[in-house]
Write a protein that binds this ligand. Structure first.
Ligand code: AMP
Length: 120
């Protein structure tokens, strides 16, 4: 838990968010500024700032984050139509919140171009 991290605050129920999934390691909630009809954020409970901070021992966690994203894609009926998972890393990667998160985007035809910024 990092006191000034908005995602830590959401995970600890100190800030509001529409939580759609949680377990002992992972929380998922709706993005407050959705860039697509379905825009969820899948977040580890542990405060890991960015993708480059992942360690070898986090391999299982990364697999679980992707697994939860896929389960949510099925729950939100995106599995047949398709969807996009995005991880922004660092300043030039467009990361704004420094608590590792996957964006799950779907519910419309997303640009086939390589994502830039919000990338949709
Ligand atoms: P990124 O640019 O990858 O760091 O994305 C951060 C995302 O967090 C953005 O899409 C924001 O809209 C979203 N976001 C920021 N604050 C909140 C919040 N309080 N609740 C839900 N989503 C948020």
């Amino acid at each position: 838990m990092t006191a000034d991290c908005i995602f830590c605050r959401i995970i600890n129920k100190e800030s509001d968010a529409e939580i759609v999934y949680e377990d002992e390691d992972i929380v998922a909630f709706k993005d407050v500024y959705p860039a697509a009809p379905v825009h969820l954020l899948i977040v580890p409970r542990r405060h890991i700032p960015t993708l480059v901070d992942l360690k070898e021992e986090d391999t299982l966690l990364v697999g679980r984050l992707v697994g939860v994203a896929n389960d949510l894609a099925r729950s939100f009926d995106l599995d047949k139509s398709g969807y996009r998972l995005v991880i922004n890393c660092g300043r030039e990667g467009g990361q704004v919140v420094y608590h590792l998160h996957l964006h799950l985007l779907g519910g419309k035809a997303l640009s086939p171009a390589i994502a830039r910024g919000r990338g949709v």
